[in-house]
Structures are given as structure tokens and as C-alpha cells.
Write a protein that binds this ligand. Structure first.
Ligand code: CA
Length: 726
């Protein structure tokens, strides 16, 4: 039983654990005075293929998620540079209307900035003044959040024609009018409404089609990517990343072929997973769309594919024909994934000189700890070097292109420490490639995971069905003092900004970023790299040496990705802050003691600006008495087991919040009288806490309360407190 390990074994894992078609989007109309008066008025109002493919012709804009279809996240702007960045100041800021994790990359076109909050909210601002132009609320029912493995985050919008596109956490795709925010069309991208499908990633628009994947591979879903006509929302093509039930017939020959790499009843046990929840890149010359495919579901091969097999296309980079979605080539980073090693991480397309020869390459640093360079026409492996500590594989065989697994790395019958863990050596936070230094800047981290089989096969809808003990992954020993918890986290989840030389296949420099990794990364032609961190910093580093040249204290954690743009000859740097995501939910026991303030806000900087943030009044709150009698040990242990199955992935290991959702221990006195109405009947559904009456009995809910009370008593004994906003 998993709870046994929660109490007795020091087990913890780091975190959760991704052209010239100028007329194809309808009839562009030159628009409002606001955009016409901007410096980029020379650019046409309509966003189209030519404008994105020639991004360097209008370097002041940021028109697609990674700025270019190659997703380099490099700005050619250089008015802000290593010589003057010390004069960078806050030009304006805007508080966002949501309060969960913020992972957005802003886009800037025609003097307007488009930013997402959590759930899929979209806000448009005048990029110079910060005046809010409109706000779109997708009106997601808040209890849909239970279907999201890692918070109700969103990574940004796409632009095309006169529209803005966003996916909301409930799996809908919305086309909005760029000037008004009015809905042009809305569709549901889910193939059914019974599985836990979500959207957290930013759409890309390629050749007039909106490309979008989905999340959910912790919840038992089948992954796929859809292309919708940007004008109408009609489905153009769909590519499934894993095969379905053979009895239902395969969609095409590719599905029939990849099904041969699976064994057992994968369509039942986890449904395969392989969700494409984050990264895409596009090569117009090759007409190839690259898809970063996620982890297998369930994680554990013993349940998912018990007779082995590579399980295509989980943990793979797949190239498809951009017009049709037909398979062209794939490279699988982790065959037969057993550890949640997604290959959804950011992919960068560029040209490198390798062994004296210019190669068109695709680069990725996926969770598994290897940095891959592939020929992007053929998928040929050019290099695969460890960029972080790795114990699951000794190396990648360059002849076969396959990793050589370390002995015993699949033996998870007993608790097994494997590096990296499910959160990976690099997660969703985007990298940046600077062609002037030749470095890729990686938001990297030390990561480890404790894997212990939990081979249930019954369906556990809306909660993690990973077939490992969640307790092993997310809890800390009851006896562990607060200071030891912090020291453990600082050592075991240490984040850094790493400059990686992809030609030499080695690190150039690293700078520490504290807990977890830093935020997404921007590099610029001003020899600068910008990155935030969870401890409330936004910094500019010398791109050549890593030295910190400028830092702003921003009043809260930063996870999202910075961009740079230019309007009226003035260069700006924009970053959204807002704590949340996987660090704040299941891993609360680790991140909670750091007392990070959570403020969701857009920050925009320029040289010489002197705006100031409002003062945030905070106070320390001690963990209060809960007033409940201590339950018998047997009841506490039963409650611990149920809590770790049903509650821990949102409310945190050891009933400790990471600081975004309410900490149950601190509020137990007020919650206790209405506990069963909340847990069983859904009294707080409108706040995001669903009803559990189909899964738990009233008696079980009360047993969980006894466990939370037990943890509250222990936390009080450890002297735990919370930083609160007054
Ligand atoms: Ca995952």
C-alpha cells in the first residue's frame, strides 16, 4: 500500500512530474486609428504567412509563439543592450484578472500586445501605454480545473488575418476579433467529453490552419493534433499520436503500423497518452510541421504495454506534412517511456555547422536530460549529449539512435530513485537560441524521482492514472523539519539558466536560479538573455558570460516567457508574472515552505522608465489550531491513502499547499463543519472544488479530514507559517 511509504521512506520526486498565402484568412481590412498610429503601421494589419516567414523584416513585432516558425525566441532588437541595460525601468504594468499559474508568451502586432491569463483568458493592451483594449473570458466552469494535471495554465495566443486564437483549459478553441475581442467562432477540440482533455498550449497558425494539441496524459487520454481552418473553424486534418483500439479499426496505415509497437490492452489502461500539449515548429521550405509528443499513459509500462514495445509515438518528435498531417519521419527520445519523459519540450529550428558541413537542424532538450540535434529534413540524429545529471541511460548509441538504458531502471517494484524525475531536466519553459553567441539558453534543473509501482487497472477518472504511487512522488517524511525541507528542495530541485553550445555538445556556462527552473527565456541581439525566477526576480544576463547585468524585484514568482518588441522607435521587454503550475499543486510539501507571493501581472520595461509597482503589504500567519480531536492512527493512515489518491495532486503532498490553492491545514477550523458538503456535494464547485460523491463516501471524506487534521497538527509542531497578503 502506498501510504506505508509516505510515512516510512524518504521519498520524493521533483514535480509532476508541453507562403505567401496572404488571402487565405479572409479579407484583411486596415484597421483602427490605434494601430495605424503605431510605428509598425508600415506593416499590414493582417497577419499572414509572408509576415511571419519574414519576421526579421519587421523585428519590432512578435507575431507567433516563438517569434518565428523556427521558434528561436531571439529578438534582433539591440537598442537595449549589455552597455545600457542597467537603465532599464518599468514603463507600465497591468494586473491580470486571474490568480492561478501564468505561463504566457505575449504577442505584439501593430502596436497591440496580446496576453493570456490562466483558464484561457485573453487581454489586449496598447503596447506603448498599457491601456487595456479588451478582455475575453472563456467562461470555463471552474470545476473543469480538476481535469488539468498541472494547474489551469495557458501559454499564449496565435495571430492570423484579423483574428486572435486561444485554447481554453476545457478544450475549446476560440477565434476572436483582434480589435474588439468579440468571438468570431468557437469549437470544441475534444474527441469526447468523458475523458480529461485540456488545452494549455499556444496555437500556431500554419498555412491558414490553426494547429492545436491537448493535455491529459496523466489522466488516461489518447493524444492527437488537430488543424482547423483559421477562417471557419472547420477541421482540416487530425493526426493521432498513439493508436486506438484495433477493434474499432485504424484511422490510416500509420496507425496500423505504430500499433505493432504496443502490447496488451493499451487503449484501456491509460489510453496511450502521447499528448502534444506544448511544442510545435514549422519549416516552410520543407513543408514540415514538427510535433513534440508527450509521455505515455499510464506512465508504467507494466500496466500500459506489459509485453514491452517502443509505443510510438510517445516521447517522440514527429514530422508531418503541414497540408495533410500525414506522417513523414519521427525520432523517439525515450522508447517505451516508463518515467513521464515527454518530448513536448520546446523545439528550435536553425542552421548549424557540424563537422564542417552546414546542416538544417532541429534542437530539443526534453525531460530525459539529453540535448538532441537532429537533421530536420530526415530526422537523422546528429548529436545527443547529457546536459544534466542522468541515471536512466548511460548514453545514446549514435549508430542506432537509441538510448542505452542503465541496468534495472525499469525495476520499480520497490521504490527506485531515478534521475531525472517526472518533472524532467527541462520542462515546458521555453529555451532561446542566439545565433550571435551560438548558444542555446536552457531553463534547466536538477531533478529526481522516486518511482514505486501501483498497478491498479480500474479507471480513476479525473485523477492521476499513472500507475505509480503518488505518495512516493510528492510527500516528505512527517518528521522532517521545515529548514530541512527547504534545504532538500534547494538541493534536489535546483534550477539554473544554462548556456549550451549545440555544436560542441557541451555547457558554456550556468547561473543559479533557486528553486525549480527559472522562467522561459529570451535572448536578444543586444548580447542579453532575460529570465525570471520563482523567487521574484526578473534578470538580464550577459549572453556571452552569464553575468547578471540587471535585476528587478517583481513581488512574486515568474514562470512565463519574456519577449521584446519595438513601437515608435522605442524597444520594450515584456514579461508576465504569476506563480502556479506543477510546482504549486502536487509539490506543495516542497514549495510551500518557501512562502512565495503570487501576483498575476504583466510587466513592460524600457530604458529610462521609472514607474513603480504598488506596495504589497504582507504578514506572517502561523498555522492555527484546528480544534478537531486526534483520530486513531488507523484512521489517519486510511485517510492518508485516500488523500494521496484523490487530493494530493491538487492540494499537495502532506496536505501542504504550494501557495496557489488554499492550504487546507490553515483553514481546517473554518472548513471542518461543512467538510462533507464541500467534498461530497460540491458546495465550492464554483470555486473549482468539484463534488466527489461518485468516488468517495461521506465516511471516507471524514477520514480524509482526520488525515488533514493530523498533518495540520504536525505542521504546527514544526512551526510552519505562511506569508499572506494583507
Ligand atoms: Ca506528463
Amino acid at each position: 500500500m502506498s501510504f506505508r511509504f509516505a510515512r516510512c521512506v524518504f521519498v520524493f520526486a521533483t514535480i509532476c512530474l508541453c507562403g505567401l498565402l496572404t488571402s487565405c484568412a479572409g479579407s484583411p481590412t486596415e484597421s483602427s486609428a490605434a494601430s495605424a498610429s503605431s510605428a509598425s503601421a508600415a506593416a499590414p494589419s493582417s497577419v499572414n504567412a509572408a509576415r511571419i516567414e519574414n519576421a526579421d523584416a519587421t523585428p519590432g513585432e512578435w507575431l507567433t509563439h516563438g517569434r518565428t516558425y523556427g521558434e528561436e525566441r531571439f529578438s534582433p532588437l539591440e537598442k537595449i543592450n549589455d552597455a545600457n541595460v542597467s537603465q532599464l525601468g518599468l514603463a507600465w504594468y497591468a494586473d491580470l484578472p486571474t490568480r492561478r499559474g501564468v505561463e504566457t508568451t505575449p504577442l505584439m502586432a501593430n502596436g497591440k500586445l496580446f496576453v493570456t491569463g490562466s483558464w484561457g483568458h485573453v487581454l489586449a493592451y496598447d503596447a506603448r501605454t498599457g491601456e487595456q483594449l479588451w478582455h475575453f473570458d472563456p467562461q470555463v466552469p471552474k470545476d473543469y480545473g480538476v481535469h488539468a494535471c498541472c494547474d489551469v495554465v495557458n501559454r499564449g495566443v496565435a495571430l492570423w488575418g484579423q483574428n486572435v486564437y486561444v485554447g481554453s483549459i476545457d478544450g475549446r478553441l476560440h477565434a476572436l476579433d483582434r480589435d474588439s475581442g468579440a468571438v468570431v467562432w468557437q469549437i470544441d477540440t475534444r474527441i469526447n467529453d468523458t475523458d480529461s482533455y485540456t488545452i494549455t498550449g499556444a496555437p500556431r497558425v500554419v498555412k491558414g490552419n490553426v494547429i492545436i494539441g491537448n493535455g491529459g496524459a496523466e489522466m488516461a487520454v489518447r493524444g492527437y493534433v488537430s488543424a482547423y481552418d483559421a477562417s471557419t473553424g472547420a477541421l482540416v486534418w487530425r493526426f493521432y499520436t498513439v493508436p486506438g483500439n484495433p477493434a474499432d479499426g485504424f484511422e490510416d496505415a500509420t496507425q496500423e503500423w505504430i500499433a505493432k509497437t504496443w502490447t496488451g490492452q493499451w487503449w484501456k489502461n491509460g489510453k496511450g497518452g502521447g499528448t502534444a500539449w506544448d511544442s510545435f515548429a514549422f519549416d516552410p521550405a520543407l513543408n514540415l510541421l514538427y510535433i513534440g509528443v508527450g509521455n505515455a499513459a499510464s506512465w508504467n509500462t507494466k500496466v500500459r504495454s506489459p509485453e514491452g514495445g517502443d509505443n510510438l509515438f510517445v516521447s517522440s518528435i514527429v514530422a508531418v506534412n503541414a497540408d495533410t498531417g500525414e506522417y513523414v519521419w519521427h525520432y523517439q527520445t525515450t522508447p517505451g517511456d516508463h518515467w513521464d519523459y515527454t518530448a513536448t519540450q520546446h523545439m528550435i529550428l536553425t542552421e548549424l555547422e557540424i563537422a564542417g558541413k552546414k546542416r538544417d537542424v532541429l534542437m530539443q532538450a526534453p525531460k530525459n536530460g539529453f540535448f538532441y540535434v537532429l537533421d530536420r529534413k530526415t530526422g537523422e540524429l546528429l548529436s545527443a549529449e547529457k546536459f544534466m545529471p542522468v541515471t536512466w541511460a548511460t548514453h545514446v548509441d549514435m549508430e542506432t539512435g537509441r538510448p542505452v538504458e542503465a541496468p534495472g531502471v525499469r525495476d520499480t517494484e520497490e521504490v527506485k530513485l531515478i534521475i531525472p524525475g517526472p518533472s524532467g531536466s527541462h520542462n515546458w519553459h521555453p529555451m532561446s537560441f542566439n545565433p550571435e553567441t551560438g548558444y542555446v539558453y536552457i531553463p534547466a534543473k536538477v531533478s529526481s524521482g522516486f518511482y514505486l509501482d501501483d498497478l491498479f487497472t480500474e479507471r480513476r477518472k479525473t485523477i492521476w492514472t499513472v500507475n505509480y504511487s503518488v505518495a512516493s512522488m510528492v510527500t516528505l517524511p512527517d518528521e522532517m523539519p521545515v529548514e530541512d525541507r527547504k534545504a532538500f528542495a534547494n538541493q534536489e530541485v535546483a534550477g539554473m539558466l544554462m548556456a549550451w553550445d549545440p555544436v560542441a555538445g557541451r555547457e558554456a556556462w550556468r547561473m543559479p536560479k533557486g528553486l525549480y527552473s527559472g522562467s522561459g527565456v529570451l535572448s536578444t541581439a543586444g548580447n542579453l538573455v532575460f529570465q525570471g525566477d520563482l523567487h521574484g526576480n526578473f534578470s538580464a544576463h550577459d549572453a556571452t558570460t552569464g553575468e547578471v547585468l540587471w535585476n528587478d524585484a517583481v513581488q512574486g514568482g515568474v514562470m512565463a516567457s519574456p519577449i521584446s518588441y519595438e513601437v515608435d522607435g522605442e524597444q520594450y521587454v515584456a514579461i508576465a508574472q504569476g506563480y502556479g503550475g506543477e510546482t504549486s499543486l502536487p509539490f506543495g510539501a516542497v514549495t510551500g515552505p518557501f512562502n512565495m507571493v503570487n501576483i498575476s501581472r504583466l510587466l513592460v520595461y524600457k530604458l529610462g522608465a521609472k514607474s513603480e509597482l504598488p506596495i504589497v503589504e504582507t504578514a506572517i500567519q502561523d498555522l492555527p489550531e484546528h480544534g478537531l480531536a486526534a483520530a486513531p492512527a488507523e484512521e489517519v493512515e486510511k485517510g492518508r491513502e485516500l488523500y494521496n489518491i484523490y487530493c494530493a495532486v491538487c492540494h499537495g503532498g502532506n496536505a501542504t499547499s504550494g501557495g496557489v490553492l488554499p492550504d487546507l491545514r490553515f483553514r481546517l477550523r473554518e472548513l471542518a463543519p461543512a467538510w462533507t458538503q464541500i467534498v461530497i456535494d460540491g458546495a465550492f464547485a464554483a470555486n473549482g472544488m468539484p463534488a466527489w460523491k461518485d468516488f468517495l463516501t461521506t465516511e471516507e471524506a471524514l477520514v480524509i479530514r482526520s488525515y488533514v487534521a493530523h498533518e495540520a497538527t504536525l505542521g504546527r509542531g514544526r512551526g510552519e507559517n505562511r506569508l499572506i497578503k494583507k
